[in-house]
Design a protein around this ligand. Structure first.
Ligand SMILES: [Mn+2]
Length: 406
């Protein structure tokens, strides 16, 4: 038996937070196409590798109002596999929940979509082996029940696999808690493999690596960096072995700079010199992080006002195709040390603990959070840290200027 396990394709993700005036149109197109390109490679590999079947564990679409582009794309890809008789099994997740008639989706004959209750679909492989696959699709965005309770015990087949889009307890993630389960509950079913979806960071939950989150297929922001793709699962003497295959066309990364010059021109030149030296093979979307203690006040002000980024990106427009990188943002890091130097550190720490609470932060941003694309940008750990850094830096600048006036 050989199959592909992929999840969280998020086809046609809009990459809303990324667009700015400076970004060249051709780059924007590449980014916009990236979720499609990665998915297409997975289907191509399925054909080339002659897998027995493909499991797609939820969030195929980025949102439940599926774009025509995403639907058209998926239809085409399913059709490619239909032509070579490779079955595709789909569950829908919290982003692409579906409660309608599955027939209405118009998928080709090779495609099986699980309904909103846990059900088991059986396949017989060309080798004669029998495979049972249990799963369910989200009917709405908010499935909070322990759906794991409805999964049957292992059946009398050669292989029994589970597909589940949901949250493993004890795993930290920024994705919400849906259809929760424990590893013990999964193991109690005695299945041979669990194809999980929902958490975008690829990981195995057991030592044998048969309970896996495949992770998403294309990183969509700085917190989804690193290689993204699918798991190829193969049987060797009735043991299953999974291996990761990268398909994403774009990667994200933080790049730390310690400034060596004193002017903004020197800083910009340094950033380009260091990034060009990396000789990236794949397109990188880069967040520059500059150690604040290596900068002077003027440079800090030029970064905070966004001026440095604007000039940097204008330059970046002319070389991104040659060096395969685009700088999306510039942030300051290591700012608290400076603050401790300037005022009583203990006093600041106490005030900080009162003000920078998660509750305060969420309350402050709540009015904006009703727009889903805004919520996705601001209500995560990372932006909280950014705002924190920015506020700290602003405070440092103010205090320093106060001191200078005396
Ligand atoms: Mn997802």
């Amino acid at each position: 038996m050989k199959f592909i396990h992929a999840a969280d394709l998020h086809l046609d993700s809009p990459f809303l937070g990324l667009r700015d005036e400076a970004m060249p149109e051709s780059l924007e197109t590449i980014i916009r196409q990236s979720t499609f390109e990665s998915a297409k490679q997975i289907f191509t590999d399925a054909i080339d590798q002659q897998v027995d079947f493909v499991l797609l564990a939820g969030d195929l679409f980025d949102r439940n109002e599926q774009s025509v582009a995403a639907k058209y794309f998926l239809d085409q890809q399913l059709q490619r596999l239909n032509e070579v008789n490779i079955p595709v099994l789909i569950i829908f997740g919290n982003h692409d929940y579906y409660a309608g008639d599955i027939e209405q989706l118009g998928f080709p004959a090779n495609t099986f979509v699980f309904g909103n209750q846990v059900e088991t679909h059986q396949l017989t492989l060309t080798s004669g082996e029998t495979v049972a696959i249990s799963g369910f699709s989200f009917a709405n965005q908010w499935v909070r029940e322990r759906m794991i309770n409805d999964y049957p015990q292992r059946q009398a087949v050669d292989w029994h696999l589970g597909m589940l889009h949901g949250s493993a307890e004890g795993i930290h993630s920024t994705e919400g808690v849906y259809a929760p389960f424990s590893i013990t509950e999964l193991q109690a079913k005695n299945y041979d493999y669990w194809a999980l979806g929902h958490i975008h960071l690829r990981q195995s939950l057991d030592e044998e690596e048969t309970i896996n989150y495949a992770g998403n297929t294309q990183g969509r922001h700085i917190n989804e960096s690193g290689p993204k793709g699918y798991l190829l699962v193969e049987s060797k003497q009735h043991q299953l072995q999974s291996s990761f295959h990268a398909t994403a066309t774009i990667d994200w990364q933080r790049y730390l700079i310690r400034a060596t010059g004193v002017t903004s021109t020197e800083l910009i030149n340094q950033i380009f010199a260091e990034l060009s030296e990396q000789k990236f093979k794949q397109l990188q979307l880069i967040r520059i992080e500059i150690a604040a203690d290596t900068l002077n006040d003027e440079q800090i002000a030029e970064i905070n006002s966004g001026q440095l980024l604007t000039v940097l990106q204008q330059q970046n427009q002319t070389i991104w195709q040659q060096y395969h990188f685009w700088v999306t943002s510039i942030k300051l890091t290591e700012v608290t040390n400076q603050l401790n130097d300037t005022i009583d550190g203990r006093f600041f720490t106490e005030a900080e603990a009162d003000i920078f609470t998660e509750t305060q932060y969420k309350e402050l941003l709540q009015p904006f959070a009703k727009y889903q694309f805004v919520a996705a940008e601001i209500l995560n750990d990372d932006s909280e840290q950014q705002i924190h850094n920015f506020a700290t830096q602003t405070l440092v600048t103010h205090i320093k200027n106060e001191g200078a006036a005396d």
